[in-house]
Write a protein that binds this ligand. Sequence first.
Ligand code: BDP
Length: 578
Amino acid sequence: MLYPQRNASRELMCLDGCWRFFADKNNEISTAFINGLTESIPMAVPGSWNEQYTELFDFHGKGWYETHTSIPKHWENQRVFLRLGAVTGKAAAWINGQPVLEHEGSALPIEADVSAFVKYGEENTIVVLADSTLDPWGLPPAQIEEKEARDGFYKSYPAVNYDFYPYGGIQRSVYLYTTEKEYIRDIIITTPTTDGTVHYRIEFSAAVNGTLSVEIDGQEKQYRLLGQESVEDSIVVQNPKLWEIGQPNLYQLHAELTCNGKTDRYQERFGIRTVCVQGDAFLLNDKPVFFRGFGKHEDFHIIGKGFSHAVAIKDFSLLKWIGANSFRTSHYPYDESMLQYADEMGIMVIAETPFVGLCDRMYRQDILDKANVVIEEMIARDKNHPSVVMWSLANEPGIGADEEHRVKAEYFFREMQKTARRMDGTRPLTYVACEEPENNTPFQFFDVVCINKYYGWYIGSGRIEGTLKNLDACLERFRNTFGKPMIITEFGADAIDGIHHDPPLMYSEEFQEKMIVEQYQLFCSKPYIIGTHVWAFADFQTTQTTARPLLNRKGIFTRDRQPKMAAHALRKVWNKEN
Ligand code: BDP
């Protein structure tokens, strides 16, 4: 899937702004309603609805959005696509009363050719349904209904099976864009070596007759197309400047497809770089790298999980300030702009699926089918970003050591892993574990072992030195079981900003700083550990529970991005290493 683009042949209309909104608390609106909300309030798009109105904070149901836009007359001779960057839960869209889209899954774009439904040179009504109903079979899952009384993650309310707030809404930008009738549907770029060879596969909307030109770094190739659906070839860039951490050299592939006298164009940015796992090393351009950074969230005051360029830029400026070189898109794919910025700033990304909170009941064929679709959609969207160096297929799945569940989970993970490798044979794969090695047998199918360990916090609470020996033993257990390189993808402690204590006690800034610095030293002493990500980059909104004073406070920065003591400490350590 290509990102929408405005260029010499494609037009782009952004529909972000203030839409009309109706929270369907009593399930009153059927799909028969699509021609105008009678009772509605203003709602900003992109943005979650939960913090825009106090009374909607706990609303997890069907949110109806409506906007109007006139569509230029001259678009009539082109194709028009509607593209929703991300809509929570089950989404659907109508144009002028006609259904145009249906999709399940929150953090990936949805689009459809709506040429046949728009009125050209006139006003059009666009309605979007964001069904944020908590679904025990969703990816990610809420708790199962019969067990509602048991509550969710850490007995949380609302009862979801993960530790972040289930914000609802149209969370990312909405666009209308045009292409020619016959158009470039996809471009897949790979760079198998560092010598400058750029492989590309250009896919068309149909079997086309015409010409294609491809240009990279001043070198151009022309193709005559006779009923072809795609072209696969390569160009060798002379003296290539590689994409490196902090030195993000980027190239452009310009493609022009001409059919029946009309030209569709697309310009895709990419980097020349290789990634692979070799022995105990993660190699970027044949040199070992050490991952230094954070697990993050898309989360900010008022906008919730809505995307904001300003917040994204602030986060990248803080990643640079602190000396980080990477982050994980815990626990779902992030807005494409985050990856574009990471490409431009030379920051590595471990890109994660939304499969957080998977548990025993989920290892079924129908859930696997859904999971495979999400993996395909994520890789189809993000494949050309040089910053994405590894895919993570799940966070902290509950696998269980008993034979029945282990066998089911192994099958599930083996199949997901096959789907990911079929889609992309160039990037290493991982998933992120929190349980012991015997509960994580699917690691046999993956390249890197990623673990989340909270010694001194959930295990041996309050004891930092006292738990180092056990943490050390735990690392060795994983290493001895799988013999693979390891990344510590989460470790950390909650610290409420402004709370100080001597001696360092839990929840004080001193405790968080001491724990992170001491555990980091232990991790660095292990040659098989190829990176550490502190949990978390910033404090974030989560569900209500006794363990969460308003927010999850494990951020190194506060929710409004102010540094805690640990941020200054990490900065010293990382800047010395850089
Ligand atoms: C891990 C999860 C993460 C949580 C974190 C925590 O991966 O989503 O926020 O623990 O408890 O289990 O803070």
